[in-house]
Design a protein around this ligand. Sequence first.
Ligand SMILES: [Zn+2]
Length: 272
Amino acid sequence: MSYTVSGNRMKFTAISDGSFALDGGLMYGIVPKVFWRKWHEVDDLNRIRLGMWCLVCEHPDGLIVVDTGCGDKLSEKQAKIFDLARPQGDMLSCFKAQGFNPEDVRAVVLSHLHFDHSGGVTRMDDEGSYQLQFPNASVYTTRTEYKDAVDINERTRGSYFPNTLKGYEPGTRAYLLEEEKEILPGVHLMPAPGHTRGHQIVLFDDGEFKLAYWGDLIPMSTFSYVPYIAAIDNYPMETLAQKKALLSRAKAEGWHQFFCHNMNNPFGGPPE
Ligand SMILES: [Zn+2]
C-alpha cells in the first residue's frame, strides 16, 4: 500500500517504518478514554497502535526525507516493550521498494530527536560504528532539540537515544537551526515547540498546494481537536498555543496535512 499526493512541482510519498504500541492514556492526556476509544483497538495493557510514517518529497532540487523512524536503535527488550511490528520491513527497505535511492537524498529533516523520529538517520555497522543512511544528505534539526537530546534528564531519558546524531555531529552536515528557515525553495522549517522545546514542523509551499508535516505537534488526525494533547508533551500549553495558531492558518489556507502516527493513511484528514 502506498500513499502519495502531488502538488505542482513536488510529489509526496509516505514511507512506513512499521508501527508500535503505546499506552492510550499516555497519548490522549486529559481526554477520557470514553472519547478516544472509538478510534482505537486497545490491547489488554491499554495500549493503542501508532504508525511510524516518514515523508519523502520529490522536490525539483532533490529528494527530501522528513523523519526516519526508529531504525535499528531499539534493543530487543525495547522492541518487545513497544511491540514493534514491521510487516513490510523497515523505513529504508520501504524507501528502496518505492524506487528511491538513499544516495539521492539531499536533505533529511528531523522534526525532533525522539527515537521514533530520528533513529533511522544512521545505522550501526558490524564494527559497532554508525553509518549514515543517507550519505549525501544534510540533516536539519534545531539547536534546542540537539541540546535537549544530549542533555537528558529523568523525564526525557526514555525518549532519546544517547547516540542519535553520532556520525552527524554539528559541523559534519548537521545543521542546528535557531529560527524558521527555507532550506530549499518552498520548504519551510518552522519552530513549533510543545511536544519538546526544540520541535519543528515542515511546511511545503508549492504554490496553490501546501502540505504541513506536523510531527508530534499533531501526531494523529484525531489530535486535530485543539485540546487533544499527549500526556508525553513536555510543554502542553505551548502545544496548545501552536496548535491554535497553526490549525487556523491551515484551515484558512487549505493546507494538506500529514499525521506521522496515524495507523492508516497519514495524509488522512480529521475523523468525523
Ligand atoms: Zn513520535
